[in-house]
Design a binder for this molecule. Structure first.
Ligand SMILES: [Zn+2]
Length: 239
């Protein structure tokens, strides 16, 4: 089990950790990490592992086979730290921070397009959501303006936890049909944008987010593409 430090503090750029295993494909497992593993449409983090006498570039992080395990994938042919070594795990912060801005922006996109989400994906400069949207939106500029008003509102982004049973009793919280909320550990993390009566968005999410929507910066809507009979793909770009 790897302690996922990014879940409590998405702004932690590095941490010290101990190598607990090297898996059969050369992936490095740590006891704790700031590296987000690929999941929920958000790419795994890149960065570097440094230890006394060596360092290795990490090209991505993924979930391991054991529950809760996070595997750091080194560049091909890179040196590996020995099991038991103390390492510093350091993120490619510029890329991760852009993922956080895009990811939080997609939450806002799901607010201005209040339709079921069937898929999504995030990169460093843009993101997209697929919606169950039989008709194209009439006014893309109006949607973009609404989105930027939510950004400019600088709403706080916070997390809270509910039990699996509470989530099961409130199925309306789940907007994304394609990504099952991470249930089974007894509790589920909710991400709330805004506070109290001013809540803008509330949904289960395990990803990394900025602290306030103002950090997303101005966004632009890209293409709205038809994907199959019922679905439309909406792209959103950050500066
Ligand atoms: Zn999220």
């Amino acid at each position: 089990m790897t302690d996922p430090l990014f879940r409590e503090d998405a702004y932690a750029r590095d941490c010290t950790a101990t190598v607990t295993a090297i898996n059969d494909r050369g992936g490095v497992v740590l006891d704790r990490t700031v590296f987000y593993p690929t999941g929920g449409g958000q790419p795994g983090d890149r960065g570097v592992l440094e230890w006394e006498g060596g360092e290795t570039p990490i090209i991505t992080a993924v979930k391991g086979e054991a529950p809760g395990e996070i595997v750091h994938v080194p560049a091909e042919g890179a040196a590996l730290p020995p099991v038991g070594a103390r390492v510093t795990a350091r993120l490619d912060w510029d890329t991760r921070y852009r993922h956080m801005r895009v990811h939080t922006g997609l939450h806002l996109l799901s607010v201005v397009v209040p339709l079921p989400v069937t898929g999504g994906s995030i990169s460093a400069d843009k993101g997209r959501l697929d919606f169950d949207m039989p008709e194209a939106p009439a006014d893309k500029e109006a949607l973009e303006a609404e989105l930027n008003a939510l950004v400019a509102g600088d709403h706080a982004v916070g997390t809270e936890w509910i039990t699996d049973a509470e989530l099961a009793a409130n199925p309306d919280l789940v907007k994304t049909m394609s990504v099952k909320p991470p249930m089974g550990q007894g509790r589920v993390r909710l991400v709330r944008i805004g506070t109290g009566e001013g809540t803008v968005d509330l949904q289960p999410c395990g990803g990394t987010h900025v602290r306030a929507t103002g950090e997303i910066g101005r966004v632009r809507l890209g293409k709205i593409e038809k994907k199959g009979r019922q679905n439309r793909r909406v792209s959103m770009l950050i500066d």
